[in-house]
Ligand binder design. Structure first.
Ligand code: AMP
Length: 281
């Protein structure tokens, strides 16, 4: 498995593989510190396209000034081993200056959506995400790009971006991979102390409660949000960022859940911000 460092190398790889019998190209964008959630995306990509690139890039523009860019876990050797074991063909791991050359002044802003859900408490976050994913899609010329439902608001922003910029890539969304006790896997889970790890279960508990209510026919936003709020209220050290029922395409609140509605939660457990969600059937 080759490790590519420049946009030119990635583009050349993609074009060569495509011309080798009309193959399709898949891209799995990540920030590294790979876990079983990322592995599931790589496997989905390998099952669906001819050649798969996994990008590993801790993207500075999606972190706020007081966020964890400097201490974000970086485990490159282990990431390469995992990606290779799952069947990735290449790793794309550029330096920051490769994706943001000196004087870089071009950003992608998905207006409206970028200010909702996570975008409300993380100003500039989705601008950074949209910008880096646009760069990766353009560089890789991917036919399909694979993302986790875990970051459901990100998916909405990226779908809008791909549609608006008429990019060729199809966005494929893969299910949330969880720990046996329900916690959604995240590279940030390693920040949690033992006590916080226990408290963090409130997120998946809230999501499961909403799924249970949905299963017996509850569709009212107020009721669903209240049920989740009660679960969070039991955890004294947990600070809710948002509990929302929204249209997954627009991220605007809805009063009554419909098929495809997104129920999403975000909370700080100590200094760590965690997210979880479920999509209505
Ligand atoms: P990240 O490295 O955190 O930027 O995540 C890279 C990709 O992996 C994103 O598309 C995430 O949504 C996805 N991902 C992260 N955690 C999970 C998970 N627990 N299950 C499925 N996909 C995930």
């Amino acid at each position: 498995m080759e490790i590519l460092r420049t946009v030119a190398e990635l583009r050349q790889w993609s074009r060569e593989e495509r011309n080798d019998g009309g193959n399709t190209i898949g891209l799995v964008p990540t920030m590294g510190a790979l876990h079983a959630g990322h592995a599931s995306l790589i496997r989905a990509a390998c099952d669906s396209v001819g050649y798969v690139a996994v990008s590993i890039f801790v993207n500075p523009t999606q972190f706020g000034p007081n966020e964890d860019f400097a201490r974000y876990p970086r485990t490159f050797e282990a990431d390469c081993a995992l990606a290779k074991a799952e069947g990735a063909d290449v790793i794309f791991a550029p330096a920051v200056e490769e994706l943001y050359p000196d004087g870089a002044a071009t950003f992608v802003e998905v207006e409206g959506l970028s200010q909702r859900l996570d975008g409300a408490s993380r100003p500039g976050h989705f601008r950074g995400v949209a910008t880096v994913v646009a760069k990766l899609l353009i560089a890789s010329e991917a036919d399909r790009a694979f993302f986790g439902q875990k970051d459901a608001a990100q998916v909405a922003v990226l779908r809008r971006m791909v549609a608006d910029l008429r990019l060729a890539a199809e966005i494929v969304v893969c299910p949330i991979v969880r720990e046996p006790d329900g916690l959604a896997l995240s590279s940030r889970n390693i920040y949690l102390s033992q006590t916080e790890r226990t408290q963090s279960l409130a997120l998946s508990r809230a999501v499961r409660q909403v799924e249970a209510l949905a299963a017996v026919g509850e569709r009212c936003s107020r009721e669903l949000i209240e049920a989740a709020r009660q679960i969070f209220a039991a955890e004294a050290d947990l600070r809710v960022d948002y509990i929302e029922l929204v249209n997954w395409a627009t991220l605007k609140p809805v009063e009554i859940a419909a098929p495809g509605s997104l129920f999403a939660v975000a909370a700080w457990v100590g200094a760590t911000r965690l997210i979880d969600n479920t999509i209505f059937a």
